[in-house]
Ligand binder design. Structure first.
Ligand code: UD1
Ligand code: CA
Length: 453
């Protein structure tokens, strides 16, 4: 909307968080609370977004270098009305201003669009909640028209029972907002400039004051404590779990999955309990993820099985592979189709070709490994000489015996065999058996030492 300005209030102290981190930077699903609010704001395609920050100082704008938003400092923080005043220099005289809270992360663009369907009116998003304690209450006349909004600390006896609360989110016509804000006072229980006090000013003007009742009150919940943060995190994860299941994913327990980024799944994926997905993760058809795996920025091909307790970052795994349990992939790990990687194998910046196997206790770093290669237990690519990294090349069909150290740069030729326990420092020719280890000797007639008296 071309005439829409969004003002996000994010200057509050968040005292109950008991944290050095500004409240709006606490993560929900791996991203700051404020990032979620900015997403909802951007979905409305506003002409501008203004974030009012304060507590925590520069850390807030510094966390959003490419947001396109304007950050204005509110110092000191003298209430929600005072916060919106700080944004006034950036607001045009015409159009609508939408006020959001930086600590209300689950608000959806759909809900906000409803609020914006009454241009010219002052429109509040309200909610009916089981326990309204702490919220501003919507006071109406006998005919149901809004009269004012009263804060918890300013309530009189009868108003205590009102169960319709102010979520804090509102839309106001810029043409009037400036004038209303200029007339606010701090004559109330908290000595603050309440944004909600613009209601009687709007009514005096003849501006319609209307409300939109949130269909889903959970969306309008704010974060004041770590407990509330955890509740919203669960709610967010529950929604993601539902979307995954709708898309054809089986979750062993929808209450035990954490997606902190974008998880894209083809049909018939199975995800066991306790898995964490970060960044962009893509799972192909029939992929199975075992219990307690962590995957960050990975792509896993169709039919691949990741066994429990594997930790994969920046990996591309082909189709029909078997990985883990206890596998560790670091950035640049690439597996061809039908490759097998077993327990306690670490792979970094290395390609393990089609149908190749590294089943036990191995480090493969900075390596190019061809097809049909067998890497024996305990094989190590010695990629680092203390100053520089070097590559190991293992060609198709090679067999690396157990406990081999491959001192890079080094190449093992096609179909070569390396004897177990070798330290390979020079290229091993294709098709031949290469050994680099002491010969076995037997000392005939050797006597065990005996203990001296
Ligand atoms: C406010 C509303 C109340 C509503 C409640 C919903 C007012 C006067 N009251 O009360 O009607 O039910 O939210 O949660 O508007 N903020 C600033 N600068 C300030 C003060 C606050 O940026 O000087 C920001 C906070 O960071 C927060 C939001 O505004 O994101 C709300 O502030 P908070 O102090 O939590 O307001 P409440 O007293 O809870
Ligand atoms: Ca609050």
């Amino acid at each position: 909307m071309s005439n829409l300005s969004v003002v996000v209030l994010a200057a509050g102290k968040g005292t109950r968080m008991r944290s050095a981190l500004p409240k709006v930077l606490h993560p929900l699903a791996g991203r700051p609370l404020l990032a979620h609010v900015l997403d909802a704001a951007r979905a409305l395609e506003p002409a501008r977004i203004i974030v009012v920050y304060g507590h925590g100082g520069q850390a807030v704008p510094d966390s959003f270098p490419d947001s396109g938003a304007t950050f204005v400092l509110q110092e000191p923080q003298r209430g929600t009305g005072h916060a919106v005043m700080q944004a006034l220099p950036h607001l045009p005289d015409a159009g609508t201003t939408l006020v959001l809270y930086g600590d209300v992360p689950l608000i959806s663009a759909t809900t906000l669009r409803e609020l914006l369907s009454r241009p010219g009116a002052l429109c509040f998003l309200t909610a009916k909640v089981p326990d309204p304690t702490g919220y501003g209450r919507i006071v109406r006349d006998a005919g149901g028209a809004v009269l004012r909004i009263v804060e918890q600390k300013d309530l009189n006896g009868a108003e205590q029972h009102i169960d319709e609360i102010n979520t804090g989110v509102l839309a106001a016509p810029n043409a009037r907002l400036r004038d209303w804000l200029a007339r606010l006072t701090d004559h109330n229980a908290q000595g603050e400039y309440y944004l909600t006090d613009i209601v009687p000013l709007a009514l005096q003007d003849g501006t319609p004051v209307v409300t939109a009742l949130a269909a889903d009150p959970e969306q309008t919940q704010g974060v004041n404590s770590r407990e509330q943060l955890a509740q919203l995190e669960r709610r967010y994860q529950r929604d993601i779990a539902r979307q995954l299941m709708d898309g054809g994913v089986t979750l062993a327990d929808p209450g035990r999955i954490d997606v902190r980024g974008e998880l894209t799944c083809a049909e018939d994926v199975f995800i066991d309990v306790g898995c964490v997905f970060e960044g962009k993760v893509k799972l192909g058809t029939n992929v199975r993820i075992g219990a307690h795996c962590v995957l960050r920025d990975c792509e896993i091909g169709a039919g691949t099985v990741i066994e429990p307790l594997s930790h994969l970052t920046g990996a591309r795994v082909g189709a029909g592979c078997s990985v883990g349990p206890f596998a560790r992939f670091r950035p640049g790990a690439t597996l061809g189709d039908r490759a097998h990687v077993g327990n306690f194998v670490e792979i970094k910046n290395a390609v393990l070709g089609e149908a190749s196997k590294a089943n036990h206790l191995t480090y493969l770093g900075d390596a190019s490994i061809g097809k049909g290669v067998n890497i024996g237990a305990g094989t190590i690519t010695c990629n680092y000489d203390g100053a520089n990294k070097h590559r190991t090349v293992i060609e198709d069909g090679a067999f690396i015996g157990s406990d081999t150290a491959l001192v890079a740069p080094v190449t093992v030729g096609r179909d070569a065999t390396i004897g177990a326990g070798s330290v390979i420092t020079e290229d091993a020719p294709p098709g031949e058996l290469t050994l680099a280890r002491g010969r076995q000797v037997t000392i005939k007639g050797w006597k065990k030492p005996v203990k001296q008296k």
